[in-house]
Design a protein around this ligand. Structure first.
Ligand code: ADP
Length: 415
């Protein structure tokens, strides 16, 4: 189901505020970070006739290979950020790792950052996010910050209340399951892990282990004007902490639950003053939905929109950060399935195109120009259609073949 762009009512008493970015030339959008999200945003920028500038760690970064205006530098260095931002009309982000105080400095130097530092703090720090969402009454797993003074005692207290397994999380810096550990018992291994992490200055929180039935994601966009748009709720399939497959719409999800998830994500976007895209990762449980994580940028759970929705998430993010009217989120097919392509045992991915393209001319392949390493996300494939089992099989076959160079069942069955 969709929830098309919802314009805020515009009456005489609520005029559209002057768009600070309105000018006689197409604006320059700066993206801090040169990963695949910035690379795919370039595709959307071409269509819109916008210029992108990317601050990339190296000229080999995924986006640096696709964008003409590349500044090579460190997006954790204030000097590099300030010189990159000079001449950008707005700055946005490819990841969550630009230090908040640096973003505040950019803002105070007059660079519009979207999302802003205050909103982004909730995507950079899981503890800040949990505290804020809990205060807003948004359902989340129970959690406890493990203070450095007495982390083990605090863990014991939390475990007494919730039992094992428990989830241990680094409050900052995690991605793709890095920074998330399941503790099965309060044993020596758990104690050693906690000591080891604390000695590396990793700030930790404990979380109840949620017995979810599946994981869902709500991707929405919000503009400075306050317009919101929600994509259909998707199911995300994770293996070993990495998202491998996204199914749109989430099969069998009741309409009222889907609408509630969209509403929840739009509310979080408005309350946190998010500008741009917001992805809300959710756990579906028999007792309702719980929020796991927030990301304020295009997200893996929205890659399917390139072919599967009227407006891709990358175009939507550009529209939102430029305070343009948002695009339609309407799906282009009854089902769209995106499967991530992970690196296999060798780097010879291109030679596999011939099979994948001949096998299924309708499947779409996106590779990110990244050196394949085992298990690394190097691209994705998308299939669309009206028979979900068939669409899933096509996407999974193409992703597995690009990874292994063999028929899916042969290799994936052996693993
Ligand atoms: P990341 O920063 O890697 O995205 P997440 O918090 O999204 O970390 O966790 C990664 C995965 O770990 C989730 O997709 C989910 O499968 C599992 N997970 C995280 N928190 C919990 C929890 N409280 N209960 C059960 N599983 C969890």
């Amino acid at each position: 189901m969709t929830n098309p762009a919802q314009p805020r009512p515009r009456g005489d008493d609520s005029p559209h505020p002057p768009n600070r970015l309105r000018r006689h030339r197409a604006p320059v959008v700066g993206i801090a970070g040169g990963g695949q999200l910035a690379r795919m945003t370039q595709q959307a920028a071409i269509g819109l006739g916008l210029s992108l500038r990317v601050l990339a760690g190296s000229a080999d970064d995924s986006a640096a290979r696709a964008v003409s205006d590349v500044r090579v530098g460190d997006d954790r260095s204030l000097d590099d950020l300030l010189s990159f931002a000079r001449g950008c009309d707005v700055v946005t982000f490819d990841h969550e790792h630009v230090p908040g105080p640096h973003i505040e400095k950019l803002e105070s130097s007059g660079v519009p950052c979207r999302p802003g530092s205050a909103a982004l703090a909730h995507a950079q720090d899981k503890l800040v996010m949990r505290e804020r969402l809990t205060a807003l009454g948004v359902p989340c797993p129970d959690y406890l910050h493990l203070h450095r003074r007495a982390p083990l005692q605090m863990l014991e207290v939390f475990a007494r209340e919730h039992g094992f397994p428990l989830v241990l999380k680094a409050t900052r810096g995690g991605y793709d399951g890095k920074g998330v550990w399941t503790l099965d018992a309060y044993d020596r291994a758990a104690v050693e892990l906690i000591h080891e992490l604390l000695s590396q200055d990793v700030d930790l929180m404990a979380e109840e282990h949620v017995p979810f039935t599946r994981e869902l994601a709500a991707v929405v966009a919000r503009s400075p004007y306050g317009q919101g748009a929600a994509y259909p709720i998707v199911e995300t399939v994770q293996e070993g902490g990495i998202c491998t497959e996204v199914i749109s719409p989430a099969p069998g999800l009741p309409g009222d639950v889907a609408a509630e998830a969209q509403r929840l994500a739009l509310t979080v976007a408005a309350e946190l003053d998010v500008v741009g895209l917001l992805a809300v990762e959710l756990f579906e449980t028999p007792d309702g939905l719980l929020v796991n994580e927030l990301a304020m940028r295009p997200h893996n759970s929205g890659h399917w929109t390139i072919e599967g929705a009227r407006t891709s998430q990358f175009e939507q993010h550009l529209r939102a950060v430029l305070d343009l009217p948002l695009g339609s989120t309407e799906p282009t097919a009854p089902y769209t399935v995106m499967a991530n392509v992970l690196g296999g045992d060798d780097s010879d991915v291109y030679s596999r195109y011939i099979h994948v393209m001949a096998h299924d001319p309708a499947v779409k392949v996106h590779l990110y120009g990244k050196e394949p390493r085992p298990g690394r996300k190097i691209g994705h494939v998308t299939a669309l259609g009206d028979d979900l089992a068939d669409v899933r099989e096509r996407a999974r076959h193409a992703a597995a073949y690009l990874r292994w160079g063999t028929e899916m069942n042969e290799r994936e069955g052996r693993r």
